[in-house]
Design a protein around this ligand. Structure first.
Ligand code: M6R
Length: 606
């Protein structure tokens, strides 16, 4: 996720910016840049890669400026490169941006009509040029004018060439603080950037614009009226601040899911309420004549693919095969004309997934990728790429990446169904409206944390556990089991509930807990029968189901109720419980939750 730092005062701005940005490195980035006022003119240096690369470029310049803005970029629109790095500059201003401008294509077309020429592939450049277009000497007026047009989420920090020493900043749906020093002031997207210099800060609210000079900070509301801000005092240390006040990255990332899902879904939801992948250059008829889809991935991403299979087959009646990437290329897969492959990967660097992608391409099968890390190998080598906008995932256990992957699976399945004529536009609109409404239900599910924690405490001494489910709940059970294994080291198995009686039920006893996922209304009676089979063998059952589902309570020992609306989206809530369960079990057992033993975040070896 991108990071912003701004400084104005007596110190060397370039050094303060580099130090501030280095404290935001944990957020992940692929390029960086700064703009400073040097001899009253704007001077900008940008570099693809690490801050050290930017530092090297800066070595050849003696910078003495006391005012500047800096940025670390986590690529979303456009690959990591010097040109796409921030700041984006015009003759009048320099701008850095966190967030996503959703209507950048329309704004860009408008500006091109006015003679503006674009150099980068970013959404941010349109914001810089739009403010430039609106600028007639009053920075705040220009910003206000431009933000009437811009849609999406943004935190901006801007230097105007004719206002040396002053930083203008604002935010909408993306955090930004103004931090207060003695004869100097700072702007930052995140607290760790400024903690070494000061602990006093203002939190900017939606639509507020701050004008920051070394001596003072003035804040005005969206209508231009002055606002009295209350100084807040940060009590976190740098490490606590990097985790946003959470104890671990895993739990922070679990809580980031509503935002991640919104960021991924909203730009792909057209004004007509239908899926729109045109900004990712996906042809509108891509799936029309496809005869079979091969979904290929590893671990959590593969579990997202399993859900994708169920959705594609149900909504679009398209036959789908799901493969573990590590098995795919050694099973001599049948790849023929008409097939398409879908590779899913958070990192975009998983060696097995990349090799499978190459095999498909060699066989002439077009590959579409769903990837979180922009510019990664899988994103570059696929024929088509749709990015998830989860932001960097730091904990080894994948959480928010899964949620955005399944969100895209729902959207792609609908798009595919429309292309193949198996769903009406009206039905598609209703389906996606309900998917969008699920974001709020995900938020409500996060409120179950205390109940989940209490249950997880009981797993402290457990050595084996079963997850069971039917249909898409089986795919969910697999993900719950993987999560629990990797972070708590409890041995667990996931089984299709109806399969249990064909062998594994022999392992059920009163010290083997069973977690039964039942988010699907029509499968509930069958699930209850399977749960009764477990209960009859002394198993202790936790049933996770919908809040209004009719359940004979004697069939289970404990029950957790989820705010499920349309049960098609039950897995989006169920997975939150399973992730939290794994997290709290890991904590209860004293495990290193963010860096589980033997595991790496990105598996770049076969
Ligand atoms: O980066 P990728 O999505 O390609 O990674 C795939 C798996 O290695 C990954 O999902 C792994 O299973 C996680 N540790 C799960 O939490």
């Amino acid at each position: 996720m991108c990071g912003i730092v701004g400084y104005t005062g007596m110190k060397n701005a370039a050094q303060v910016l580099l130090e501030g940005l280095s404290n935001l490195e944990y957020r992940g980035y692929d390029s960086a840049g700064i703009s400073v006022f040097e001899n009253n003119a704007l001077y900008t240096v940008k570099a693809k890669g690490r801050l050290a690369d930017l530092g090297k470029k800066l070595e050849s310049h003696v910078l003495t400026s006391g005012c500047g803005i800096g940025h670390t970029r986590w690529a979303t629109h456009g690959e990591p490169s010097d040109t796409n790095a921030h700041p984006h500059i015009t003759t009048k201003l320099s701008l850095v941006h966190n967030g996503i401008i959703e209507n950048y294509n329309q704004v860009k077309e408008f500006l091109q009509g006015k003679g503006y020429v674009f150099e980068s592939q970013t959404d941010t450049e349109t914001a810089a040029k739009l403010i430039d277009y609106c600028y007639q000497g009053d920075p705040e007026a220009a910003i206000r004018e431009a933000t009437k047009i811009l849609e999406g989420a943004y935190a901006f920090c801007i230097l105007f060439a004719d206002h040396p020493g002053t930083i203008y900043c604002l935010r909408k749906d993306s955090p930004l603080i103004v931090a207060l020093g003695e004869g100097e002031n700072f702007v930052a997207s995140d607290m760790p950037a400024i903690l070494r210099f000061t602990r006093n800060y203002y939190l900017l609210e939606e639509g507020e614009i701050a004008c920051v000079t070394p001596e003072k900070v003035t804040v005005t509301g969206p209508d231009g009226s002055p606002i009295e801000k209350k100084v807040q005092v940060a009590s976190w240390n740098v490490e606590q601040a990097q985790k946003g006040g959470f104890d671990h990255f895993m739990i922070k990332e679990i809580y980031e899911q509503p935002t991640a899902i919104h960021s991924t879904m909203h730009p792909r939801l057209g004004h007509d309420g239908l899926p729109d992948f045109s900004a990712s250059d996906i042809p509108g008829d891509l799936f029309q004549n496809v005869t079979k889809l091969n979904i290929i991935a590893c671990g959590t991403a593969m579990h997202a693919g399993m859900l994708g299979k169920a959705l594609m087959e149900k909504l679009a009646r398209l036959p789908v095969e799901v493969d573990m990437a590590s098995e795919f290329r050694y099973r001599d897969p049948i790849l023929t004309q008409g097939q398409m492959a879908l590779v899913i990967s958070q990192s975009g660097e998983t060696a097995d997934s990349l090799a499978a992608l190459r095999l498909c391409k060699q066989a002439g099968v077009p590959v579409i990728a769903i990837v979180n890390v922009a510019g990664s190998s899988i994103a570059r080598e696929a024929d088509y790429c749709i990015y998830t906008y989860a932001g960097p995932e730091i904990a080894v256990a994948s959480t928010k990446a899964y949620s955005v992957q399944i969100n895209l699976m729902y959207m792609l399945a609908v798009s595919c169904a429309l292309q193949r004529g198996t769903m009406t536009e009206e039905a598609a609109r209703a389906y996606l409206a309900e998917l969008y409404a699920t974001i709020d239900r995900v938020r409500q599910t996060l409120d179950l944390a205390d109940t989940i924690k209490e249950y997880a405490q009981g797993l402290k001494e457990v050595s084996d556990l079963f997850f069971i489910g039917r249909g898409i709940d089986y795919a969910l059970a697999l993900e719950g089991s993987l999560k629990l294994k990797e972070v708590s080291y409890i041995h667990s198995e996931a089984y299709a509930a109806g399969e249990l009686k064909h062998g594994p039920i022999a392992l059920i006893s009163n010290n083997v807990p069973v977690i039964a996922m039942a988010t699907q209304r029509d499968l509930l009676p069958k699930m209850i029968s399977n749960i009764k089979e477990v209960k009859a063998r002394g198993g202790h059952v936790l049933l996770i189901t919908g809040e209004d589902y009719e359940v004979d309570l004697s069939c289970c020992d404990q029950i957790m109720r989820l705010p499920i609306g349309d049960d098609a989206f039950g897995p989006m809530l169920g997975v939150i419980v399973l992730q939290m369960l794994a997290y709290f079990a890991s904590i209860a057992r004293g495990c290193d939750v963010d860096k589980p033993r033997n595991l790496a975040k990105s598996v770049t070896v076969e």
